[in-house]
Design a protein around this ligand. Structure first.
Ligand code: MN
Ligand code: MN
Length: 457
């Protein structure tokens, strides 16, 4: 090793064996992405994969011994999984936390209306989106409809050969005044209305013939009445499938890489663990990160304390002693350097595609505002365990100073007195309906999570 920092492209260092493992891993990731387009679907897929590897739902008061595998499903939207380690939880746990909610269009509580002989559903966008990216693309509708009688129906409208939905935009021929607006103003939030039908019911006397036709179809098929939409939690998500990108197939395009690409990496790393870990390993799929991690299923929720405290109690350990000795990898994506938009990047300090998992000492913006700035000792620790375990890593900021910034769940974990650092997959077009990552970085993030879980600390 020389005294100057070497920045390696992963393809110059990866072995043939690793390359095969990378392809297998990424094929599984693509399947996961096609099965899970919402946080609820991520929890369902997670449980399916975990139970196949012997994980059991945690039941209060359950006796636990080293090697036991349990999960805690928090209201179907957030899940924590643990493999009990050989050492006491008083010596801390190795935690990896990612989020599985992604930017999207949520339905308003009273979404359905008709206008000029067409039917629409009104949405309220969730998370940081560029609104103009969500028009004129095929969309699906996924979510939970809770009926008055107590039955809950999870719907996925628009999958496979089913019809899709779309938000329309002005034709360029009439777009003169729209073109003079800023990108942020060109598509107002109240324009994000899904076109869902145009055929009326036969009865010419009916008051809202177009809206009624849609409701009749929904009622016939799912028993839903309009009032049920008021208690529903439904999202419009892109209808694209996850797919390989590029002639060399080296990249993956999908909706929701942020942050399912890290969630899948930590889940796989946990499920692939062959030996009983030294320290208890905990994997978290958090909800609500894109809107600030608040709420009962967000990372700030005491649901995490409840689960960890249950594990601690089984060993007679104080939760805060456990937290104070624990380590958390806040596994979240970062912005990959994009040569088409060089003006927002500082090229010495950006993550690069195919350079491995990107460690972020701090996130935030405008003078590190809102950042969980990891200590030097923490950065040194993570680079040590990555290097010792053949994990290709890089250190990154997100964009030029004062260009913007972002946050993760890192500060929610650090606030619990858990030593925490951010690291994850670099993403191109982050928060777009179709984001791009590299296979190599996905694979290295998986290896990075494995190294964290297996570390003796
Ligand atoms: Mn994220
Ligand atoms: Mn995000």
């Amino acid at each position: 090793m020389g005294i100057l920092l070497e920045k390696n492209n992963g393809y110059d260092v990866i072995t043939d064996e690793q390359r095969q493992e990378m392809e297998d891993y990424c094929a599984q990731y693509i399947d996961f992405m096609n099965a899970a387009k919402t946080e609820r679907e991520c929890v369902v897929e997670c449980i399916k994969l975990a139970e196949a590897k012997g994980f059991k739902p945690y039941v209060q008061g359950m006796e636990l011994k080293p090697g036991d595998k349990v999960y805690y499903n928090n209201r179907g939207k957030n899940i924590d999984l643990a493999v009990i380690g050989k050492r006491s939880l008083a010596e801390g746990a190795n935690i990896a936390a990612a989020h599985t909610d992604s930017p999207r269009l949520d339905f308003k509580p009273q979404p359905l209306y008709e206008d000029e002989e067409m039917s629409y559903l009104k949405t309220h966008y969730y998370g940081g989106i560029k609104k103009f990216q969500w028009v004129t693309i095929p969309l699906e509708i996924h979510g939970m409809v809770c009926l008055k009688d107590g039955t809950n129906k999870y719907v996925k409208w628009g999958e496979g050969d089913e019809p899709k939905f779309v938000i329309t935009d002005i034709l360029p021929h009439l777009g003169k005044s729209q073109a003079s607006k800023t990108l942020g103003e060109a598509i107002p939030g109240e324009n994000l209305n899904l076109l869902i039908g145009s055929e009326p019911v036969k009865d010419k006397e009916a008051k809202q013939r177009f809206k009624q036709h849609v409701m009749e179809l929904l009622n016939e098929k799912y028993g839903i009445i309009e009032e049920d939409l008021m208690s529903a939690e439904i999202q419009a998500v892109p209808a694209f499938k996850a797919t390989e990108i590029g002639f060399d197939r080296s990249l993956i395009g999908a909706y929701g890489h942020d942050d399912r690409v890290c969630a899948f990496a930590e889940l796989k790393a946990l499920l692939d663990m062959k030996e009983i870990p030294d320290r208890t390993a905990v994997c978290i799929f958090a909800d609500k990160e894109e809107v600030g991690s608040m709420g009962i299923t967000g990372m700030i929720s005491q649901a995490f304390e409840h689960f960890m405290n249950s594990l601690c109690k089984s060993q007679g350990v104080d939760l805060y002693d456990c937290f104070s000795q624990s380590f958390c990898l806040s596994a979240d994506v970062t912005a990959a350097l994009d040569p088409i938009f060089m003006e927002v990047f500082e090229k010495n300090n950006e993550s690069r595609i195919n350079h491995g998992i990107a460690i972020c000492k701090y996130t935030g913006g405008r003078g590190k505002g809102g950042a969980s700035d990891a200590n030097a000792e923490t950065v040194a620790y993570i680079r040590k365990i990555f290097s010792e375990n053949g994990v290709l890593w890089q250190l990154a900021e997100m964009g030029k100073i004062d260009e913007g910034g972002g946050g993760t769940v890192a500060l929610d974990m650090a606030n619990r007195n858990i030593e925490t650092i951010d690291a994850g997959v670099p993403v191109l077009s982050m928060h777009a309906p179709f984001e791009v990552v590299s296979k190599l970085d996905c694979y290295m993030t998986y290896r990075g999570c494995k190294a964290v879980f297996e570390a003796r600390k």
